[in-house]
Design a protein around this ligand. Structure first.
Ligand code: CA
Ligand code: CA
Length: 454
């Protein structure tokens, strides 16, 4: 009886202390955003931190952390280790009255001492408006040599409006070390993960030997990748390196409206897809990528037990002929591809279907390829269109008199083009990533309607 009373008393004391501790925690954290500035001055706003990680550590789930212009580093190398569903937003001015990432550049710089951002757990954080640079994952304790700029595992992050540049996954010169995802690496992300509106520039998966996915590597991640510029990235220097711009591995991802240009890899200069069924490419410009092995543009591979299949709809695939691997689309292994409304221009092989592959191409505009289609696989190209697509600018818009205009099929065509213009314009769907909104070929004849009473 006495011990029961004591237990009850101790339980009561414990509960009181717990409630007090909880209240104390709530009182010490102001409601509303947390603020970070390099000099610890945030105008009228509190709490105000000078270190991004200290603010992250203080944040509760669903908090916003707003970061003022300036450069943020950390003695740990990694500037932001994210374990909660928070929003981390850069691009704010000094007194937090305006947010404009271009006017108020906000840089997270790992200074070559680690990866820049590390995200883990069953969370959905948002990272918005930063310059993410100086990452090097070569000496990381967790997921070494993967994700120089950003590594995410188990999470469904939203990564948007950032400039992710000059990051490295691996510097090792050993043939047994591999670098994956120079700019970003997403592992085990669901379809709600989003990589959108970023500039992913000049990242390298391996500066020393084999690398995969210079800009972005998706592994077991069915993410949406949309509206990014993925440019000047490099997979690796060893000849088995693949995916200069993007690599998909076991990832039923959707890539829409990206500019994947001037990336380099021995295999798959722009994009390398393996063991992913199905993946989807819509409204992308895949141009001027370089491969010195195979597939300057897109390489797709599947195995017998793990075949790959994909749909390519309304993409512009052009001039991926800078190296000796000068195919626009290269299907190999156990792969099935369906192409609809694509422009395929200036390659030695526009579409190469190696043995065991099945490629169906409908409404393709071919121009300037030595061979539009080739290979020992099954390739069936129907409703071909030819003629100079008349690109208007480096964005690969088409001019108003382009033969691509109004020559595509409605079937499967996205409702908007690579810049959000409605598709179709002018009655019919254009081929390629751009729908030209100035064309006016669609004339209808309206006869006068006369009603008479007899
Ligand atoms: Ca049209
Ligand atoms: Ca357009």
């Amino acid at each position: 009886m006495r011990s029961r009373t004591l237990t009850s008393l101790l339980t009561t004391i414990f509960l009181v202390l717990l409630v007090a501790a909880t209240l104390a925690t709530r009182v010490t954290r102001a409601s509303g955003p947390l603020y970070v500035s390099t000099d610890g001055f945030c105008g009228e706003n509190i709490p105000c931190y000078t270190n991004v990680q200290v603010a992250l550590n203080a944040a509760l789930p669903f908090d916003e952390i707003l970061v003022a212009t300036g450069t943020y580093t950390d003695t740990a190398g990694t500037v932001a280790e994210i374990t909660e569903t928070i929003t981390l937003q850069g691009g704010w001015n000094a007194d937090f009255t305006a947010c404009d990432p271009e006017a108020y550049p906000t840089t997270l710089d790992a200074q070559g001492q680690g990866r820049v951002v590390y995200i883990y757990g069953d969370i959905s954080p948002t990272i918005d408006g930063f310059i993410i640079t100086g990452g090097n994952a070569d000496a990381e304790a967790h997921y070494r040599r993967q994700g120089g700029g950003i590594y995410s595992t188990g999470a469904d992050p939203v990564i948007q409006n950032n400039v992710i540049t000059d990051n490295i996954a691996s510097t090792s010169t050993s043939a047994s070390d591999f670098g994956f995802g120079g700019g970003l690496y997403l592992y085990d992300a669901s379809a709600s993960a989003l990589v959108s509106g970023n500039q992913i520039l000049s990242n390298t998966a391996s500066t020393g030997y084999t690398g995969y996915g210079g800009g972005l590597y998706l592994h077991h991640s069915d993410a949406t990748v949309s509206g990014n510029t993925i440019s000047g990235n490099t997979a690796g220097i060893a000849p088995n390196s693949e995916g200069g711009g993007v690599m998909l591995n076991y990832s039923n991802a959707t890539l829409d409206g990206n500019r994947i240009i001037t990336n380099t890899a021995p295999g798959g200069g722009g994009l390398n897809v393996v063991t992913s069924a199905p993946f989807t490419l819509t409204n992308n410009v895949i141009a001027q990528n370089r491969a010195d092995g195979v597939a300057g543009g897109i390489r797709v591979w599947g195995s017998v037990g793990l075949p790959t299949s994909g749909a390519l709809i309304n993409n512009t695939i052009a001039q991926n002929n800078l190296g000796s691997g000068d195919e626009g689309v290269y299907a190999t292994g156990t792969t099935t591809l369906t192409l609809t409304n694509n422009i395929v221009v200036s390659h030695t092989y526009g579409i190469l279907a190696a043995s065991d592959t099945t490629v169906m191409a409908d409404y393709t505009l071919f121009y300037g390829n030595t061979n539009d289609t080739a290979g020992g696989g099954s390739i069936n190209s129907t409703h071909e269109v030819s003629g100079d697509p008349l690109f208007a600018d480096p964005e690969y818009h088409i001019q108003v008199n382009s033969p691509a205009i109004n020559k595509g099929t409605f079937s499967g065509a996205p409702a908007t083009d690579f810049e959000g213009d409605p598709r179709p314009h002018d009655c019919f769907v254009d081929i390629g990533a751009d729908e030209n909104t100035a064309s006016d070929q669609c004339k209808r004849v309206y006869l006068p309607l006369i009603l008479k009473n007899y």
